[in-house]
Design a binder for this molecule. Structure first.
Ligand SMILES: Cc1cc2nc3c(=O)[nH]c(=O)nc-3n(C[C@H](O)[C@H](O)[C@H](O)COP(=O)(O)OP(=O)(O)OC[C@H]3O[C@@H](n4cnc5c(N)ncnc54)[C@H](O)[C@@H]3O)c2cc1C
Length: 821
């Protein structure tokens, strides 16, 4: 008898079917897939998906999900016809901004391994003869993109999974999740109970309903999106038969939020150009026998919403002027607050998982990762942008989800700058210094609903005082967006006088109790069993040695630690690892506390006179912390610096925050203090070689590759990931995170650009900035280990190549003189 767990998958759409296939292929054969609709056409989103698969996305993870979908569906041959039709993809530009962005996208494609090139209007028209070349400026052609026949793929995957023992049951509605002792025991259905050790909800936009059954918030909004078909077009007559369906590349006209595919001799048109149409699940048609034209996931077509899209379609493809829209529907799909998928296990009910807000495009990749999580405990592709626990509480409220998801719908095809903040909602989370920051003309960007100053207009008058060697070169229009030369002033003042940085938005966790030390010691790589007052930079790894996070752990008391973390995923991970005996307490203290980084050569001159505590180098050494008072305010001072300067992170409770800011700022005047924002901060941290988790390294990298071997103490005893590290020789890793300097001294890249070594795309940029201290643009990039110091490389930036050189790091203060004094 098999000993693999019993898995119930709720939903036989493209995600559920892929998951059944992935699990059974790994030997987990006790899989039951339940769907409220009939099989195989359940009436969910998959049943009517036009199935365009564009692989290239802004994120490596999403692109790799899609690439796997293409690979897998191309290998499915169910007999009824193709599951993937590799007609290629074409995205056209009708504006110079879009054309430039297509070049950027071609760079992303190269970074993530998808072939593609930007081509002329004439070449576009050759590939897609309905296009009027005079109406476009060019296009991005991706020959490996194409069409997924999602319902047929479901059938093929279901058959394959059934062949390995899985069961698919239609018209069985899951009504509840049964549980005992904090674990799932099965599902309750309208046909009785089905026992299970693991339940995975792949219920698509019904996801929140399933989540509710176990008290889990699933932050997605079902929204309608229009899809229409023309009548038969003479231009397409005789080109395809019912079997091939399509030969022309799938087409996107993103300047007008439109996409197209062939349906034999008709053209299918999808549009996001209409108003957001959120849908209440209670308003859906209940159809027991869905057909191709009537399903629960289809609402009636609203012609008036489609009218502008039709006009733009006929402008792009004048041959359609004599055509008409024959059929259409408003189909329902899921939108999450940041547009990403939602993957993960319930925090409260072990064994209850979700895999939702997933497009057909990413379905096989997502399913493979979920199967790997279940079977191996780890996905080979890193998932931080997909984990349902990436959101903070405020980001999962219905109000927030509704507003952000609707906004994502509107912006789905917009040219998006990597720094572009959310348009709304704003001012949700502000530090206690917010009022003062506004007085100083702070320009705020946003992250996880926090308002974060990027620079302060109050520092503008200092631009004229910048010494020659600190004056940054002019940036091109793209690199200049969400940036200001004022950042140069703030960096200059940090390196030469002193600056105040608002560090409040960084996640802070409190870990306490008799078990706190062994708990943190087991979860992280560095030695934490040090005296009270120690501060330690350490890594959280997964079992395979991948970097799950980097943390700063301060031992405030014997049994009390403050942990500087990267986000809610760290909190979620720690919560899951808490021992059951109650010996460790974990609290997220971010909202109740705040932090000012006071850094610069004059930091001590500023802070010491305000405090009776000894802040000399001996009184509070580097990587030590202590409780002090500043102007009578209780403060935890940590002698650390993410910007590589003398100074402290000063923590206090939120109630004292503004007062702390005021006394520091007032006392700082005579020392030339400025408030400094994240634009300067990012430059300072990068030139000092300090990595940012999520951008520079993830679970896909081990500490030795990432240049973080110094934070690993193999001698300290066991810790998560240790066994995997033992098998790695730090000297023989095949890739490394490298520091690059840009040869021309002025081309600032932004991140994710491909890097060519010996003319071959060999890696990609993780973080980049202008180093104000050195007066040159710099970047970090993943490259083969052979790309040692001095290696000449080229970074593709839009349609040009930027020469760069692998440099020794850190570029600034490698001997730590600036910090340790
Ligand atoms: C008009 C339109 C066009 C689209 N075009 C594309 C495209 O070109 N490319 C692309 O990649 N994506 C596209 N999408 C998105 C894509 O169709 C969906 O994201 C995808 O099909 C979702 O798959 P799923 O398996 O998660 O959900 P679904 O296919 O909706 O499956 C979920 C299943 O769960 C079942 N279920 C729900 N609740 C219960 C319950 N309580 N008990 C039992 N069963 C339950 C449902 O019946 C359903 O069958 C489009 C969507 C729309 C609406």
């Amino acid at each position: 008898m098999s000993t693999t767990p019993r898995v119930v998958i709720v939903g036989a759409g493209i995600v559920g079917a892929n998951l059944a296939d992935e699990l059974t292929s790994r030997g987990w054969t006790q899989v039951t897939v339940l769907d409220q609709g009939p099989l195989p056409l359940t009436g969910g989103s998959t049943s009517h998906a036009p199935g365009l698969v564009y692989q290239t996305g802004a994120s490596k993870t999403m692109t790799e999900f899609a690439t796997y979908t293409v690979e897998k569906f191309s290998s499915l041959h169910p007999g009824e016809g193709w599951c993937f039709n590799q007609v290629g993809g074409l995205e056209v530009a009708t504006t110079p901004e879009r054309l430039a962005d297509l070049h950027r996208k071609q760079g992303l494609a190269t970074s993530w391994g998808v072939p593609g090139e930007v081509i002329s209007p004439e070449e576009c028209a050759k590939l897609h003869p309905l296009l009027e070349p005079d109406r476009i400026l060019g296009g991005f052609h991706t020959p490996t993109d194409g069409l997924a026949k999602a319902p047929r793929a479901v059938l093929a995957l279901a058959r394959r999974a059934e062949g390995r023992g899985a069961r698919f049951r239609g018209q069985v509605r899951v009504l509840g999740i049964t549980q005992r002792g904090g674990r799932v025991t099965g599902v309750e259905t309208d046909h009785g109970e089905v026992p299970a050790d693991i339940v995975v909800s792949c219920a698509g936009f019904w996801g929140p309903q399933l989540g509710e059954m176990v008290g889990m918030t699933v932050p997605l909004l079902p929204m309608a999106h229009q899809y229409a078909k023309t009548d038969p077009l003479p231009e397409l007559a005789g080109r395809n038969d019912e079997h091939t369906e399509a030969k022309l590349p799938i087409l996107r006209h993103q300047d007008r939020d439109l996409y197209y595919r062939e349906h034999v001799d008709r053209l299918g048109i999808g549009t996001y150009a209409h108003r957001p149409m959120p849908v209440r699940l209670s308003d859906l048609p209940a159809l027991d026998e869905p057909s191709e034209s009537a399903m629960p996931s289809m609402l009636p077509f609203t012609d008036e919403d489609f009218a502008p899209s039709w006009e733009h379609t006929t402008r792009l493809m004048p041959a359609l002027e004599s055509a008409t829209v024959e059929t259409g529907f408003n189909g329902i799909m899921s939108f999450a607050p940041d547009g990403g998928p939602l993957i993960g296990e319930s925090p409260d009910l072990a064994g209850f998982w979700i895999a939702e807000a997933v497009w057909v495009t990413h379905s096989a990749g997502v399913a493979r990762s979920v199967a790997q999580l279940l079977v191996d405990g780890r996905s080979e592709i890193e998932l931080h942008g997909c984990d349902v626990h990436r959101f903070d509480e405020i980001e999962t409220t219905p109000e927030y989800v509704e507003e952000t998801a609707a906004r994502n719908f509107v912006e789905v095809y917009d040219v998006k700058h990597p720094l572009q903040p959310k348009f709304s909602p704003r001012d949700l989370r502000v530090s206690p210094f917010h009022a003062r920051q506004k007085e100083l003309g702070a320009v705020f960007l946003e992250a996880h609903a926090w308002e974060r100053p990027h620079w302060y207009e109050a520092n503008a008058p200092l631009v004229k005082d910048l010494p020659m060697e600190w004056q940054p070169p002019a940036r091109d229009a793209w690199a200049a967006m969400y940036h200001s030369p004022i950042a140069a002033v703030e960096a200059w003042k940090t390196r030469t006088d002193v600056a105040m940085f608002d560090m409040t938005s960084l996640k802070r966790l409190e870990v306490s109790g008799p078990g706190a030390l062994p708990f943190l010691d087991r979860l992280t790589t560095n030695k934490l069993d040090k005296s009270v007052g120690s501060v330690t930079y350490t890594l959280m790894l997964d079992e395979a040695g991948g970097v799950r996070s980097d943390l700063t752990v301060a031992r405030l008391e014997e049994q009390l630690f403050q942990v500087g973390a990267n986000g809610n995923l760290d909190f979620d991970r720690m919560r899951r690892e808490l021992p059951e005996d109650g010996s460790v307490q974990l609290r997220d203290i971010t909202g109740g506390t705040c932090c000012i980084g006071v850094w610069g050569p004059r930091a001590r001159d500023l802070v010491q006179p305000l405090s009776r505590d000894d802040l000399s180098h001996e009184g509070l050494k580097f990587f030590r912390c202590k409780q002090i008072r500043i102007a009578g305010i209780p403060v935890t001072a940590m002698r650390v610096s993410y910007v590589g300067e003398l100074g402290w992170e000063l923590y206090t409770s939120a109630q004292y925050g503004q007062r702390l800011w005021d006394v520091l700022y007032a006392a700082g005047r005579e020392h030339g203090v400025v408030a400094a924002g994240r634009a300067a901060f990012n430059s300072l941290r990068l030139e000092k070689g300090y990595r940012a988790w999520g951008a520079d390294m993830t679970t896909e990298h081990n500490p030795f590759e990432a240049g973080l071997g110094f934070a690993v103490r193999m001698q300290k005893g066991d810790f998560v990931g240790r066994a995997a590290l033992e098998a790695i020789n730090p000297e023989s890793v095949t890739r490394k995170l490298r520091c690059l300097t840009v040869d021309d001294g002025r081309s600032v890249v932004l991140g994710s650009e491909p890097v060519f070594a010996n003319g071959v795309a060999s890696g990609y940029v993780t973080s980049a900035a202008f180093s104000h201290t050195l007066g040159i643009p710099i970047a970090y990039a993943w490259l083969p280990a052979e790309a040692v110091e001095g290696t000449q490389v080229r970074i593709q930036y839009f349609d040009r190549m930027v020469a760069a050189t692998v440099a020794a790091e850190p570029l600034v203060d490698p001997d730590m003189h600036r910090i340790r004094r």
